[in-house]
Design a protein around this ligand. Structure first.
Ligand SMILES: C[S@@+](CC[C@H](N)C(=O)[O-])C[C@H]1O[C@@H](n2cnc3c(N)ncnc32)[C@H](O)[C@@H]1O
Length: 417
């Protein structure tokens, strides 16, 4: 069956096209519409008319993007090439929230969609358990515009509702405007969780068992209170690298992760993929490992990360996607392509969850690191051979693979003759 996707030339129209590569993600139409609507609300300060057609919404948001072009570029630079000088105050300025949502919301959403797809089997097995869980309590730490939690509930909201598992979401950030924007995106979901926003600095996290903000609302508990315990889901999207300059915030956050480790807890962790941050993320993986968590994505190996001792290589994930129309406009403004999205992306689960998963988990082989391109002399240079660093349950191995597309980091390794 062919998939539907948003056409790049005709704003808002839907047509059928082949995917760019066999592994390219198709950005879901409803989530794209939701992004446009959110940008409209942030940019105009009001909801669009209920019957506004997608084409009209597209045209309005395009105008807003063009109007805010300078801010989009400024915020993009601040979070990429100029990240070392990043000030949290930057996001308080005028069009910054619109610019952040324009430049990063959709791409971070896509990164999570990629991870959800690759880890689908394990995640469904973990999360969709009405007999085990009384409710799902999610926390988005440094939520920004809520890209990760919105995408998670876009993916799991209906399934959880159908299983009668109630859901709640705590959005935590130091910036009120960003929290407001995140609420807009979550409110637009077809099956939204019960949302609570919390404006505070992570260094002020109350790490105690009766921390008010993490208390499960009475209204969330099932009427027959005899089923299970909560499943906790945490999102750490591009915030841990910022906390490296904020040791108290980092310490508090990981105190909380430690406190949550005896419970049923799933953590989605994302940070940039450049060498410094990816190595930092590999260290964060070690920290989670020491706290008793297991990395179920991308790692086939439970023990310490074997890439840590590779001197000229580091682990991260890559995703290709068919980009929606307005994303291309943002790319043009920024002078980037973003056809391949890279990310240090991990899923950690606490011991009890890992134990529950044990019987069904497959420790497949995963592409990590940088594939060197070799030429196969036999074919007189016509045929490229890729040399992959492949991570296995027992450590790293080098594997050659010929023909076809370059295999993406973080994907299952496919041996081709
Ligand atoms: C790069 S943005 C990431 C936003 C979102 N998680 C995402 O994946 O798109 C980092 C966010 O963390 C927030 N943040 C950074 N340091 C923080 C701190 N110490 N306390 C609370 N929020 C913080 C910022 O306000 C910003 O919204």
């Amino acid at each position: 069956m062919k998939k539907q996707l948003v056409d790049i030339k005709k704003p808002g129209s839907i047509e059928t096209k082949p995917t760019k590569t066999s592994t390219s993600l198709i950005f879901p139409r409803d989530l794209y519409r939701s992004w446009l609507k959110g940008l409209y609300v942030i940019g105009r300060g009001k909801l669009p008319q209920k019957d506004m057609a997608l084409n009209a919404l597209y045209a309005e948001v395009k105008r807003l993007m063009e109007h805010n072009q300078d801010a989009v570029i400024r915020i993009w630079r601040a979070f990429t090439s100029e990240r070392d000088k990043l000030s949290l105050k930057l996001l308080n300025q005028g069009a910054s929230v619109f610019a952040y949502a324009a430049g990063f919301h959709l791409i971070n959403s896509t990164r999570l969609l990629g991870v959800l797809e690759r880890a689908a089997r394990d995640l469904d097995r973990i999360i969709l358990q009405p007999k085990r869980y009384s409710c799902v309590v999610a926390c988005d730490f440094g939520a920004g515009t809520g890209a990760l939690s919105q995408t998670f509930f876009f993916h799991f909201g209906k399934k959880l509702r159908d299983l009668k598992i109630p859901t709640s979401l705590h959005l935590i950030d130091q910036n009120t405007k960003l929290l407001g924007a995140a609420q807009v995106f979550i409110d637009d979901l077809a099956f939204p969780p019960q949302v609570k926003t919390h404006k505070f600095m992570l260094q002020d996290l109350l790490v105690s068992h009766d921390a008010n903000w993490l208390r499960i609302p009475e209204t969330l508990k099932r009427s027959s209170d005899d089923v299970g315990q909560p499943l906790y889901v945490s999102f750490l999207g591009y915030v841990v690298n910022e906390l490296k300059r904020n040791p108290k915030g980092f310490h508090r956050l990981f105190e909380l992760m430690e406190q949550q480790s005896p419970k049923d807890h799933v953590v989605f962790y994302f940070d940039p993929a450049d060498e410094r941050d990816a190595r930092g993320a590999m260290e964060v993986r070690e920290l989670f490992h020491d706290l008793g968590y297991e990395a179920i994505y991308p790692c086939p190996r439970v023990a310490h990360c074997p890439m840590l001792t590779e001197p000229r290589d580091w682990c991260y994930s890559e995703f290709t996607w068919v980009q929606p129309t307005l994303q291309n406009l943002v790319n043009q403004m920024l002078g980037v392509s973003r056809s391949v999205l890279a990310s240090s992306a991990y899923i950690f689960v606490s011991k009890s969850v890992a134990k529950d998963l044990k019987s069904t988990r497959r420790h497949a082989e995963v592409v990590v690191g940088r594939p060197a391109i070799k030429t196969d002399n036999h074919y007189r240079g016509k045929n490229k051979l890729f040399s992959y660093n492949v991570c296995t349950e027992n450590g790293l191995k080098k594997s050659l693979s010929a023909k076809g597309e370059k295999q993406l980091r973080g994907s299952l390794f496919v041996e081709t003759p």
